[in-house]
Design a protein around this ligand. Sequence first.
Ligand code: HEC
Ligand code: HEC
Length: 367
Amino acid sequence: MIYAASTERSVGLVLLALILVGWVAYIFINIRQAKGEIGAEVELAPNRAPLPSDEEFETTKLERIQAWGVVFLAVIAVTLPVYWLREPGRQAGAIRGFAERSVSRGEREFTEGFQCNACHGPEGVGGSAPAVLELQMGDKTIKVQASYVAPSLNDVFYRFDTGIDKPEDSTEVRNIITFGRAPIMPAWGLAGGGPGNEQQIQDVIDYLWSIQLTPEEMAAKVNDQIAAYESDPANAGKSEGQVLFELNCARCHTPNWNARGSHEQPLGNVVVVEPGQPGAGGYGRPLNSVSLTEQFPDPATQMDFVKKGAVENAPYGTHGVGNYGMPGFGDFLTDEQIMAIVEYERSLEQQPGVTTRAVAEATGSGE
Ligand code: HEC
Ligand code: HEC
């Protein structure tokens, strides 16, 4: 498939046809004339033909040749700038064609190859994955069949890689896809032990980039989510900060928040998967009054961190070192909303019997 060359190709074909016709005509005429020439070379040989007079040479003939020179010069003078003017368009077309092919390959990976849609829903609207969770009950470990929420991906660039303006520059989403996120989201890149080479991962990223909600759609979605959550009787009386925390942060900062399910045990009792203590940590760090006063003595710096998210290997707070896992929220939550979450988080109690540093180590830096 040759992209964006159709005009050039047709012009080329027309020229080729003209040249072929010209040659055929030339050969035809030549053969006819040659026949008439037999036996008459002496008179008809071009070098024997009488030459024009000096006067004719220096006037009409010379002028005709000069005129043709001017005509050809004019043709070159016009076609070169036209060619030059079209060049950026041609190059842009080539780049766009390249990007479009990558997006459609990425879509195929998303739906058929890697089947991301099985968990993340069609066009990345969000979905769920079946999962077996191991729960600690006293000194026994029991296995529970659960369903695990898989986040929407048609808004993932509102949270991760927020500063970039083209999908090739993605680092955070690329890392998440390449290395996966235990325990449910598998690694997809070769570097993480998955099946996808770098081009396939880039194709998926290009596809995700192409399906992102518009800012208006995103704002509407955030508002609808809040309204729906608040109107649920189960959430009556929750503060704005708590509602926003549960909608945006709990999935990584509260144990088992994303896991839903129940399992009947051999003796008939049913074990239900329930979220752990709010902010006790999961994939993300524990967040509570003690840890946060230590990390961010000034709540304004915490708000700043939550707005931008962590940056890989960049220091934050008093002793934090960022990784690609903590999203930024400043692109779709207002400062007031983020401050409400910050206040809620700073009111949470530390899990009994566990000190901040020990928990931070136990959950690592989120990997
Ligand atoms: C088996 C189910 C499953 C499949 C298949 C799957 N994911 Fe996931 N993915 C998840 C779950 C569950 C999470 C959330 C993990 C968590 O919060 O711990 C997730 C998280 C993510 C995230 C992070 C989003 C965020 O906001 O935190 C990205 C990006 C992602 N997946 C991309 C993909 C892509 C791209 C594919 C296909 C190549 C894919 N996933 C295939 C289950 C899956
Ligand atoms: C996709 C998972 C994820 C989500 C969603 C998430 N976080 Fe995080 N968060 C992390 C990870 C991972 C870290 C650890 C970052 C690091 O070490 O660089 C973290 C760290 C933090 C920290 C620093 C804690 C410390 O003591 O160092 C704060 C504060 C925080 N998150 C607040 C929030 C808030 C507020 C929200 C919701 C608006 C939120 N997070 C949503 C994954 C997440």
